[in-house]
Design a protein around this ligand. Structure first.
Ligand SMILES: NC(=O)c1ccc[n+]([C@@H]2O[C@H](COP(=O)([O-])OP(=O)(O)OC[C@H]3O[C@@H](n4cnc5c(N)ncnc54)[C@H](OP(=O)(O)O)[C@@H]3O)[C@@H](O)[C@H]2O)c1
Length: 245
């Protein structure tokens, strides 16, 4: 795969789902990956699978700014540079607003928005100094359309697109690339973050019927990375063929 081999890719939320599968595809294409998440045992197993020359695990809670900074700094120290950061960690605690699930609102905003901002803050100086780099943001179909049980999740995913587009304009002159990937239902552990009674069952059922393999996302990420440096893939929105909304 052109323009992927040899690149160093930092991935948040690499312990499962889309992040883990993208790490596999990237290593297959010759990249090196720095894997971040809270579940270190999962990351260590993935490093074993991918090989310690190709992958390194970092325990990080993206809601803690100093931990995100340490993750990015450690990745740079270990691999010598950072070509891409995939801002992927996220959760989807869907519920009607009237349920007043305040803890979930805060956690969703802390991980999906503040975690992303901490990643950008940590990696941008490195990419600017290099004069190259690519930030890949993970929004969602829920960053394009809303429904009645996903106000806070949608707010974070619309927000991710706003952050990404603003960053794209800001770092144009630094030669940096900015990509937004917006998947529909993809197989992962994400439905497990829906805890609200009534909603949980409906989402689990929807994913069981509709979700497509995580490789669909990984291929989109690798495609965006693999373009020549002067080509900036800004946004990819994709759904299962059977997904209506
Ligand atoms: N699957 C879909 O249908 C779909 C659709 C649209 C968008 N997305 C987006 O895709 C991204 C990846 O989700 P996924 O589908 O792969 O779900 P997943 O399997 O549940 O993965 C979520 C990842 O985020 C990590 N994470 C959660 N909280 C974290 C924290 N505080 N600090 C660090 N890492 C944290 C988890 O790791 P630990 O628990 O080990 O920390 C895990 O690796 C999310 O942003 C999600 O919103 C997914």
């Amino acid at each position: 795969m052109e323009n992927v081999a040899g690149k160093v890719v930092v991935i948040t939320g690499a312990s499962s789902g889309l992040g883990a599968e993208t790490a596999r595809h990237l290593v297959e294409a010759g990249a090196k990956v720095a894997l971040g998440a809270r579940r270190k045992d999962r990351l260590d197993a993935l490093v074993d699978e991918l090989g310690s020359d190709n992958a390194r695990a970092f325990q990080v809670d993206v809601t803690k700014r100093e931990q995100v900074e340490a993750f990015v700094k450690g990745s740079k120290e270990h691999f010598g540079r950072i070509d891409v950061m995939l801002h992927n960690a996220g959760l989807m605690p869907m519920a009607p607003l009237s349920m007043n699930r305040y803890d979930e609102w805060e956690q969703c905003i802390d991980v999906n928005l503040k975690g992303v901002l901490y990643g950008v803050g940590a990696v941008l100086p490195i990419m600017k100094e290099q004069g190259s780099g690519q930030n890949i943001f993970v929004s969602s179909v829920a960053g394009h359309v809303v429904n009645s049980v996903s106000a806070v999740y949608c707010a974070t995913k619309f927000g991710v697109r706003a952050i990404a587009e603003s960053l794209r304009q800001e770092v144009k002159e630094d030669g940096l690339r900015t990509t937004i990937l917006s998947p529909g239902a993809v197989e992962s552990e994400l439905p497990g973050s829906v805890k609200a009674e009534g909603v949980q069952e409906a989402i689990a059922d929807f994913y069981e019927k509709q979700a497509i393999p995580a490789s669909s996302f990984a291929r989109a990420a690798v495609y965006a990375i693999s373009q020549p440096e002067e080509v900036d893939i800004n946004e990819i929105l994709f759904r299962p063929t059977s997904q209506t909304f």
